[in-house]
Design a protein around this ligand. Structure first.
Ligand code: NAI
Ligand code: MG
Length: 490
């Protein structure tokens, strides 16, 4: 039999051919153009300007979205400030009822939201369907539960809301980041002006529709679309009492400078360059799945991605052989296909950034591995990539690539693993794979990272705080910590 002569990886690929299984899109209505959501209504932008949001898997324009200018932002902040007077005085139980309703409506409209998220941002439908949307609804559900229990959340203190929260979010988890920002803000009695990222505004606009459907009092949530200058206007507005930002470290630093001395409360959730550390006693097959999940999930557009793999030297060869073979089974392509593992890169700009960093890796002397895979002709794509022979000084070992690109480094002793893992300006997350509980505890104590996953990776739960050290930012989102970021205690 000819097939018996094929190397096992190739056989693996051929054995698992799937028929196309695209998710239907006919239940989704995307308007040709969208206005701003201010004071509970969709209003035409003062700027009269609009910009296109495209589907990165096809390069087709999905819709034209309003670009808010300073006047638009001022109107949104004014609407939020007006709404704050009554929203902050509403009983916690009544606020909870609205937030529960938002959560239930997100669940009811989950399919629509998942398809929208996938079309606007390029992430595989199985991720938006099974991760983004359910987790987003879970955040609202969780914080709804706190709204009438603030005195228990902060015993013997008097929690007061901060006022209007200015919230700017990125494009990698649009609806989920919206939930992380809006749910705790509302539970604590704040009102919000949120600006989604310019490449992925549609799920936030669908959420605006959900706010109307839930009869949320006008002005409690305002959504202004636009790019960086709109974001700068939102966080710079003198009427906001709190700024929450998730995005690049560079913009985070600008926001910190812009808000310094203003009295605004600030939380920043920025980039990362997480170490995923595999010891020689780790369950190897399980670790392979964790490595794949750590860096190829969501095309590697993940701030806490396990982008630096640290492998104990004694197991480098078997681990890399297994990893390369596993890469050959990843399905790259149509994000709407239910079998797809790696979808489209979010934008042309992000694709160019990834290509630039990957080229720097090759030039600096690292060895590149990419599995064979056919990529669609249109759209933005990047093959799952592994770099070996990586020195700590290479750009691919230091800078956030935010793409499906793994840099493999090695270590001999646990001390060396810690040394190398912490050798980064970032400190958002880390992973450790080992059979020994004592080693996990030893390592966790020494890691400068906000989250350390043990024998798993990229696990999220609304009750668990998330955030960084150093250039990964400060403040925590999720759990009680996430609520504390939206209150002043006296
Ligand atoms: P970015 O930081 O420019 O964008 C994030 C959000 O900030 C967007 O909504 C954007 O419109 C807004 N923004 C941009 N400039 C602003 C300003 N001056 N004031 C207020 N808001 C502003 O990130 P970008 O350019 O989309 O991606 C560049 C790199 O940043 C990525 O390659 C990745 O390495 C990193 N990044 C990290 C994220 C994270 O989750 N930590 C998310 C997105 C990007
Ligand atoms: Mg888009």
């Amino acid at each position: 039999m000819a097939i018996a002569k094929r190397p096992s990886t190739e056989m693996g690929q051929r054995l698992f051919e799937y028929a196309a299984a695209p998710e239907a899109t006919d239940h989704l209505k995307i308007a040709d153009s969208y206005a701003l959501f201010v004071g509970g209504r969709f209003v035409e932008p003062h700027s009269r300007r609009r910009f296109a949001t495209v589907n990165p898997a096809t390069e087709e324009t999905l819709s034209e979205v309003a670009e808010a200018d300073e006047t638009d932002v001022d109107r949104a902040v004014t609407a939020a400030a007006d709404a704050f007077r009554s929203w902050s005085r509403l009983s916690g139980a009544k606020r909870a009822r609205y937030i529960f309703r938002l959560s239930r409506l997100m669940q009811e409209r989950a399919r629509e939201l998942a398809v929208l998220e996938t079309m606007d941002g390029g992430k595989p439908i199985k991720e938006s369907r099974d991760v983004d949307v359910p987790l987003a609804a879970a955040h609202f559900f969780y914080y709804a539960g706190w709204a009438d229990k603030l005195e228990w959340a902060f015993p013997n203190r008097r929690p007061r809301p901060l006022g209007v929260a200015a919230q700017v979010i990125p494009w990698n988890f649009p609806l989920l980041m919206l939930a992380w920002k809006i749910a705790p803000a509302l539970a604590a009695g704040n009102t919000v002006v949120l600006k989604p990222a310019e490449t992925t505004p549609l799920s936030a606009l669908a959420f605006a529709d959900i706010c109307q459907q839930a009869d949320l009092p006008p002005g409690v949530v305002n959504i202004v679309t636009g790019a960086g200058s709109t974001g700068a206007a939102v966080v710079g507005h003198p009427g906001v009492g709190k700024v929450a930002f998730t995005g690049s470290t560079e913009v985070g630093k600008q926001i910190q400078r812009a808000t310094a001395g203003s009295g605004k409360h600030l939380t920043l959730e920025l980039g990362g360059k997480a170490a995923n550390i595999v010891f020689e006693d780790a369950p190897l097959d399980q670790a392979i799945e964790g490595i794949v999940n750590g860096i190829y999930f969501n095309q590697g557009h993940v701030c806490c991605a396990g982008s630096r793999l640290l492998v104990q030297e004694s197991i480098v060869e078997p681990l890399l052989a297994k990893l390369k073979s596993r890469l050959g089974t990843l399905r790259v392509g149509d994000p709407l296909d239910k079998n797809t593992d790696v979808g489209a890169i979010n934008s042309r700009a992000q694709l160019e950034k990834i290509e630039g960093l990957v080229n720097s890796g090759i030039e600096e002397g690292a060895e590149i591995y990419q599995p064979e895979c056919r990529l669609p002709e249109r759209g933005y794509w990047f093959r799952p990539t592994i770099f070996t022979n990586v020195a700590q000084s290479y750009r691919i070992a230091r800078e956030e690539i935010f793409g499906p690109v793994l840099s493999v480094l090695t270590f001999r002793t646990p001390d060396e693993a810690v040394e190398k893992a912490n050798n980064t300006p970032y400190g958002l997350s880390a992973g450790v794979w080992t059979d020994k509980g004592s080693r996990i505890l030893w390592l966790v104590e020494r890691m400068r990272a906000g989250v350390v996953w043990a024998n798993t990776f990229n696990r999220f739960d609304p009750t668990s705080p998330f955030g960084g050290y150093k250039e990964s930012g400060f403040g925590r989102e999720g759990g009680l910590h996430g609520l504390a970021a939206y209150v002043e205690l006296s």
